[in-house]
Design a protein around this ligand. Structure first.
Ligand code: FES
Length: 125
């Protein structure tokens, strides 16, 4: 598990509430309807979040193929490391941004406070 998974004491007051952890099956992702969207992945090592938009072109990574901690974009097959956001294969050469995730009593929280333009504040109006 990452350092912000279940059983870690984290103040999630200003984190984005992404819903119930059990709603994301193993090796699947939930795409949060933000602008731009965020993908929350459930893999063997826990829950991880990144920008959903592929760094190669505009396509949803959360709709991609998830296996062994990587996600493969369905459009041109670039692979990304889900934990780090690193681009692992062409045609993508740039990483996608990742965000800390905490699981508290089965509820998922994503720390988007440092996201460009402070997206959480914008969403809360
Ligand atoms: S849009 Fe993802 S690899 Fe091209």
């Amino acid at each position: 598990m990452s350092d912000t998974q279940e059983n870690t004491i984290v103040d999630v007051t200003d984190w984005y509430d992404a819903g119930r952890a059990e709603s994301i099956p193993m090796d699947a992702a939930l795409v949060l309807p933000l602008m731009p969207p965020v993908a929350v992945y459930h893999i063997e090592d826990g829950y991880f979040a990144s920008d959903d938009t592929c760094s190669h072109s505009e396509y949803s990574l959360g709709d991609g193929w998830i296996e062994d901690g990587t996600v493969e974009c369905e459009l041109h097959a670039a692979k990304f490391d889900i934990k780090t956001g690193a681009a692992l294969s062409l045609p993508a050469t740039e990483p996608v941004a990742t965000y800390p995730v905490a699981v508290i009593d089965g509820q998922l929280f994503v720390d988007l406070r440092m996201r460009e333009g402070c997206i959480v504040e914008k969403l809360r109006g």
